[in-house]
Design a binder for this molecule. Sequence first.
Ligand SMILES: Cc1ncc(COP(=O)(O)O)c(C=O)c1O
Length: 461
Amino acid sequence: MNNMKTKYCQDRPIFTSLSPNTEKDDIVLALKLIFQPWKWTNNRKSTIVENPLNLFEQKFKDYLGAKYAFTFNSGRTAFLAILKCLTFEPDSEVLIQGFTCNAVVNPILAADLKPVFVDIEEETLNINPDDLEKKITDKSKVVLVQHTFGLPAFAKAASFAEAATKAESAGKPADVSEDNKIVEICKKHNLILIEDCAHSLGATYNEKKLGTFGTAAFFSFGRDKVISSVFGGMAITNDEELAKRIGEYRDKLPEPSYFWIFQQLLHPILTNFLVIPFYNFCGLGKWMLILLQKLKILSKAVQNKEKKGEMPANFTKKMPEALAILALNQFDKLNKILAHQKEIAGFYRENLKNTDFSLPPDLPGRIYMRYSLLLKDKDTDKILKKARKQKIFLDDGWRKTAIVPPDTNQKKLGYRAGDCPIAEKIAENIINLPTHINISKKDAKRIIDFLKTKHTEARPL
Ligand SMILES: Cc1ncc(COP(=O)(O)O)c(C=O)c1O
């Protein structure tokens, strides 16, 4: 008993969210920036390449092989900019998958467009091309393709499995090149393809970077994304005319306030030095987090209004220079981050392959922003509660509802129950395991051991 108590006290808390990407150098950088307020806002009147915003855009373009890139304060602002600059008739339809975040739906509503929800494929958690084609109408103008948790939406898991088996017997790499059904559908129906790469920075399809398949794409550098500057986003395109408009739109946006920038710089510091350590004291960390958010010392990822279908007008801003500096520091570590995610995902796969969890497909070119498990029973609430008792916090908000987080008002965001039955089912059955840079194999082993015992208790193998 004593041994158990000591072990419990020694176990450090494990989180899927809560500043997951930050390493020591990111925290030191944020701390330094707090004392350098002259670096907080944009100096880009000068065209100097060394300006962090210019540098970040340039590195991003080079990495993706895109012609134009524009920073914003978030992925949702980048998406709104793209939609506004494409100029559609009001009430034009944007086809978007169920099992998405409210931050993706709100820009559609804010641009006076209508989201039409398309169901997903169970194996990939990405848009189902057959349901997509069924839901196209005369008013459809855009298909937004989300590469959920880093898995390319253009690849189909079922055909990949087939190709992989064939390739293995022939001793060659699997070829899934004939699979880009979504691009074909967009061409056939004259629809604009926009990629939501919030989860998929660095992922490829047929060795081509995601984000370069459509008219435009956007990325997020939110607190729990592939790389993070707490808030941040990028819009990219190869279309010269669209780029001109997005550039003009962005240049007219205001700078975020000094207070807002200060809040974001505090985030990695306070979460690591105040919130997470307090989780070792009777779960006080959660109350500490709530208190800091209530006092507006820390920001929330999504404001309450956004859960009711409103995109606060004062949120749409430029990316401040200070956050570009944080994002650049993370971007320079991208390969290391992706390799780490892949290694942890491999460790989960190896150790969970003989359980009755459904494991995500290991498609070529995919990245692992999360490792998503599907459970056959709807017992995720119980499992997550038991995990919390062992200081394993696996709830990343991607569960329960077709538009996440679960306290989002589905109706106000235009979703009707039954629009996407598979997405609704998946939302009930999913648990996302963390793969981020601060997850060690020892942490992953703790999660695996927990899942094996607790899951076996919930449902015998
Ligand atoms: C799939 C997806 N797309 C877009 C966004 C919006 O990104 P951001 O939080 O940077 O506005 C999010 C994030 O919250 C997301 O999960």
